[in-house]
Design a protein around this ligand. Structure first.
Ligand SMILES: [Mn+2]
Length: 348
């Protein structure tokens, strides 16, 4: 399988020089960040990313993410134009060597956490989601500023979106997913790109917003809408894993055997008794997931796609983007390498 690392481009405090020194590192996972979502990615920006990675001995072949706009998810009038632009961005990425495009279908917000710097017993800090800190919040009444939420929306815009999704409901969202996949997947097939959908994080409704990329039944439904190897999963163990009913090693084994995993996000998560959760260190013992069973499932099913250590804690005094420091993710990468090698797998 192919080792990769997420990089936020020239503005990232983590440098490509540092990333290339992580043992076994091959690919850079990145995106064009200076374009309004819904618009086509400029070729020069994609080429710049590819050139820079190559100059540092790395390959830019995984995109995370091309954002799916609220217009697409809600089926609003701009849906058609935004999907056409999305397809064109895929074509342009493919032209510069991209083989896998990650995206998600989460309404309004991406991941939800209540604190990004919760100190652990060992002095490291990590991202957490505590129900205690969510209790009583009503986004239709209160002004809410949860960390990581898109600050470009005003509170009124957030309320409008939440109401619109309430009216759309889960089945409406499924219809808009189908509309997206039926146009995007044939383009991806044509250009040799695998589309990898990231599960909802956490995989259950928040504030009544419909969330459907959440569990085995729904993943099956998602993949069957367009039954093509180009319609695949970015199986994020930490996201799916914070819902205790999701048996992660089992899901990994099943979808990898079906050749429907394009990209693996490998991290542990600690589920607390009230289903709150904390992002823990990668080691099995630190969280609720059996990381070795997950890697074993990948090796035994011959997974040859990309994997990356997902969010790390902040350790050794590092500052930067919460979850995306160098040190703990590099430790995660080295740990995963060890598990892969010990299970008889190969790191390309
Ligand atoms: Mn993830």
């Amino acid at each position: 399988m192919k080792s990769s690392f997420r990089w936020y481009g020239d503005a990232d405090p983590v440098t490509l020089d540092e990333i290339r020194q992580i043992p076994g590192m091959r690919s850079v996972v990145s995106a064009v960040y200076d374009v309004k979502s819904g618009e086509v990615w400029p070729e020069e920006s994609i080429k710049h990313l590819a050139d820079e990675c190559r100059a540092h001995g790395l390959i830019f072949d995984v995109v995370e993410s091309i954002p799916v706009t609220e217009e697409i998810k809600l089926g609003r009038p701009e849906q058609d134009r935004h999907i056409a632009n999305y397809c064109e961005s895929i074509r342009r990425c493919a032209k510069y060597g991209v083989k896998c495009v990650t995206y998600n279908f989460m309404p309004v917000f991406d991941w939800t956490r209540t604190q990004l710097d919760k100190p652990g017993a060992d002095g490291s800090t990590s991202l957490v989601m505590y129900w205690d800190q969510m209790k009583g919040l009503d986004p239709l009444k209160d002004d809410i500023h949860l960390p990581g939420w898109d600050a470009s929306y005003s509170q009124d815009e957030v309320r409008d979106l939440i109401r619109a999704y309430g009216e759309l409901g889960e089945e409406g969202l499924w219809q808009n997913i189908a509309c997206f996949l039926k146009r995007v997947i044939p383009v991806a097939e044509e250009c040799g790109v695998v589309m990898a959908v990231h599960p909802d994080d956490p995989p259950y409704p928040i504030f009544g917003l419909p969330r459907v990329v959440t569990c085995e039944e729904n993943l099956d439904r998602y993949l069957s809408i367009v039954d093509s190897p180009a319609n695949a999963l970015c199986l994020c163990t930490g996201s799916l894993g914070c819902f205790p009913k999701n048996n992660i090693p089992k899901l990994v084994r099943k979808y990898s055997a079906m050749h429907r995993i394009g990209f693996m996000h490998l991290r542990n998560v600690k589920i607390l008794p009230d289903t709150s959760f904390e992002e823990s260190g990668h080691l099995t013992r630190n969280g609720s997931l059996d990381m070795n069973a997950i890697v074993k499932a990948l090796v035994e099913t011959g997974f040859d796609g990309w994997f990356r250590p997902d969010h790390g804690r902040m350790i050794w005094g590092e500052t930067g983007k919460p979850g995306y420091g160098l040190f703990d993710r590099a430790l995660g990468s080295a740990y995963l390498n060890g598990l892969i090698e010990a299970n008889g797998g190969t790191i390309e």
